[in-house]
Design a protein around this ligand. Sequence first.
Ligand SMILES: C[S@@+](CC[C@H](N)C(=O)[O-])C[C@H]1O[C@@H](n2cnc3c(N)ncnc32)[C@H](O)[C@@H]1O
Length: 360
Amino acid sequence: MSILDELLAARARAANKYQLSKHQEQPTVKEEKREQEKVSKNNDSYWSFFRQETTSSVIECAHPQHGRCLQCSGRMLLHTKLEKCFKLRDMLSQNMYLSKCETKDISTMHEYVSHCCGLYHYCFESSQSQEFEANKKKVNELIDITRKADPKSLQITNQPKSSLQYGEVLFYSCAHMVFDLLMLSSSKLFSEHMTFIDLGSGIGKSLLAVSLLFPNFRKCIGIEIVRKLHEIACNSTKVWSDSLKLQDILASKVELINGNFFDETLIISKLFGSDHQTTVSTVVFIASTAFSASTMTKLNDMLLQLLDDNFQCINYVGVITLSHPLPDKQRFKILKTDSYRMSWGNVSVFFQQYQPQLLK
Ligand SMILES: C[S@@+](CC[C@H](N)C(=O)[O-])C[C@H]1O[C@@H](n2cnc3c(N)ncnc32)[C@H](O)[C@@H]1O
């Protein structure tokens, strides 16, 4: 059974559970326990990588798990039965896994997101075969790779070396950030075919999370300058495609590029294609914590220039940056700021939307 089949089966089980609960014929606790035991027996199966979301998945606090502080109180998790979740469910139900599912049960969405989380961690942490070795690289090893990178050979004279510092987005934080941005922006602005682009994509963690969770992102593009990180991302994608039979998600959607995000020609071709015929809706993600003020200004100016030059092709552009917003707050309007947990701790996340010059 391929992983995709298993995801589909999980969806069917969730729908079934909902039907059963409607008729008060819930499976007995014993049956549920037996099912869970079966699952956890195979330690290296992707089932064992499930992580149910808790507050600490999205925000790091000093107090114990059940405590609350100003930072975490009122925080919504993807499985709480709140209005937000119903909106999320509606968004998710547009995707190919849930489209055939008739139930409107929130647990379906919750189970789906947990499955994607399990698959994500399985891809990056499984020790199943030698091929997966590269996927198991720990953050510290990856930081070492960026520390050893030589800015001269990378030809990044306009950026301090510290801006190469590696760090990664966590699965649930990534899911929330993209959900939040989409919910803050009017749904009319979205087209069926959206693009997600990660400027400085590391080993591609955001790309896997987004491509699994949001099938209406037609393309998930990552641009990474450090060749070794790019190679790890390519190797991982190949292994997931081949071994986990995720070709339809990954091979056709995820595009990894070893290049400089200040290469305007590259960015234009990825954002607008070669024909400039279709209008685009794009989410740009920049894990910018280690970027200097001057790097942020250069990114701001480059993005503005190329978006203004092609504004007739733009339906919507949302930008997520970490720790600093893009400096031009009129043209990149801040919709919201929130704190989310990354591999290096809690970080302020800025949700911004590009304002075409005509509306200024
Ligand atoms: C904090 S890491 C983020 C990794 C990934 N986005 C994630 O969240 O998992 C920032 C990455 O940006 C890359 N980077 C820095 N400057 C770059 C540039 N000019 N072009 C492409 N990548 C760059 C660094 O090499 C580093 O891997």
